[in-house]
Write a protein that binds this ligand. Structure first.
Ligand SMILES: [Zn+2]
Length: 110
C-alpha cells in the first residue's frame, strides 16, 4: 500500500514532490496525456487510523506494564510517529483512471 502512485494508463512514475503537490481531483498525465483522478483522502484516513490505533495500544501497554514510565518520552515518541505518518501521505495517494468523454475525444483529434 505504501508506494508512490504511477499513472494507471501508462505507468509513468511521479516523484514524491510531484505527488505531494498534487491536488485531489482530475489530473492529466504528463506522459500519455490521459486523465486520472487523484484520491488523497482514502489512503490518508487508513494510514491515520492505523497509526492512531497502534499508538493507543503501545501507550496503554507501556502504562500498564511499567509504573515508572516517563510521560515526556512517550509524548515525544507519539509526536515522531504522527510526523512520520504525515511524511508518508504522498505514498498513500491513489491514481484512479478516468476515461475521456466522447466529446473530449473528438476535440482532441482536431
Ligand atoms: Zn500516463
Amino acid at each position: 500500500m505504501l508506494k508512490l502512485p504511477v499513472c494507471p494508463h501508462c505507468g509513468a512514475v511521479y516523484s514524491y514532490k510531484e505527488v505531494s503537490g498534487m491536488k485531489s481531483g482530475t489530473n492529466i498525465c504528463y506522459h500519455c496525456e490521459k486523465k486520472f483522478r487523484v484520491d488523497k483522502i482514502r489512503g490518508r484516513a487508513v494510514l491515520l487510523s492505523v497509526v492512531c490505533i497502534t499508538l493507543i495500544i503501545i501507550n496503554t501497554a507501556i502504562m500498564v506494564s511499567s509504573e515508572n514510565f516517563v510521560p515526556a518520552v512517550i509524548m515525544i515518541a507519539n509526536i515522531i510517529a504522527v510526523s512520520a505518518a504525515f511524511l508518508m501521505f504522498p505514498l498513500t495517494v491513489k491514481f484512479i483512471p478516468e476515461k475521456f468523454t466522447k466529446a473530449e475525444k473528438r476535440e482532441r483529434r482536431k
